[in-house]
Design a protein around this ligand. Structure first.
Ligand code: GUN
Length: 279
């Protein structure tokens, strides 16, 4: 039987640890405040933003909400980020992505002060990640490292294949697995012979964005499988990039969807918020 990696439980544990830490900080007169900026009303973004604000409230982090209309100009958003950068009562700034097409996402990300970049998207924080300096880590990859560590899964010396090369998941994931002394391969849409590559892996991290794409033919017997995907199947049921029913019997450990990687992203965002005030 494969070990089911319980992201719901692990994320709850982390949030509980943070709640206690924030309480202790408050007793020392230190508070934490996150500014959450959303432009437009993308339905998925609305759900994410609501969940982020709810997590803040549970942990004791103050959240300031900026819900801007879809037709907000780039200059208006620039002004808001500059104001939040200067505001000493704001510790972290989160601009929910995607932004509307008329706004240059990179310009906005680069504008957020690296010390307030709790998403870990600023090039300075990405550079720090690759050099091993202290900085904010991208939340989903950092969450996956916590899932593995807290499930006692060894990474050092293991062959890890990451499918997907996005700036938010694939690339920072590779840096973090390297930091844990894994041997890392990044596969992507132009990779030839994907099966041959994933079949070598002790740990497969799947973030390719295609519903139930990875079946047992891609997986070595006894491998660990981490599924970052999130889709609704034909029956409107949530599922991932991995065909769980087919793959699970061949693994030693696997994350479910939902209840695997998903809940970890917000837990790690909360951790980054608290990190802004840790000495
Ligand atoms: N959109 C999808 N995931 C994320 C995330 O982790 N942070 C932000 N800011 N936007 C997102």
């Amino acid at each position: 039987m494969a070990q089911l990696i319980d992201g719901k439980k692990i994320s709850s544990d982390i949030k509980e640890e943070l709640r206690i830490e924030v309480q202790q900080l408050k007793e020392q007169g230190i508070s934490v405040c996150l500014a959450v900026v959303q432009v437009g009303e993308d339905p998925a973004s609305c759900v994410y933003v609501k969940n982020k604000k709810r997590a803040c409230s549970y942990i004791g982090i103050e959240s300031k909400s900026y819900e801007l209309p879809e037709n907000t100009t780039e200059e208006e958003l620039v002004k808001l980020v500059e104001t939040l950068n200067q505001d000493d009562s704001v510790n972290g700034i989160l601009v929910q992505l995607p932004l509307p097409d008329h706004i240059n996402e990179d310009r906005i990300i680069n504008l957020i002060r690296p010390e307030k970049d709790v998403d870990g998207f600023h090039p300075i924080n990405i550079g720090r990640l690759w050099t091993g300096e202290k900085g904010f880590l991208s939340c989903t990859p950092a969450g996956i490292i916590q899932l593995l560590k807290r499930s006692d899964i060894q990474m050092s010396g293991k062959e890890c294949v990451i499918i997907g090369r996005s700036n938010i998941v694939g690339k920072p994931m590779a840096a973090l697995m390297l930091r844990e002394n894994a041997t890392v391969t990044i596969a992507h849409s132009k990779t030839v012979n994907l099966k041959e590559i994933t079949k070598r892996a002790d740990i497969v991290i799947v973030a390719l964005g295609k519903e139930k794409f990875i079946n047992s033919e891609y997986i070595k017997e006894g491998a660990v499988v981490i599924d970052v995907g999130m889709h609704r199947d034909v029956n409107n049921k949530l599922c991932g990039d991995v065909d769980f029913m087919d793959v699970e019997p061949h693994t030693s450990a696997i994350t479910p969807v939902p209840g695997g990687v998903g809940p970890m992203t917000i837990a790690m965002l909360m951790n980054n918020c608290v990190e802004t005030v840790r000495v």
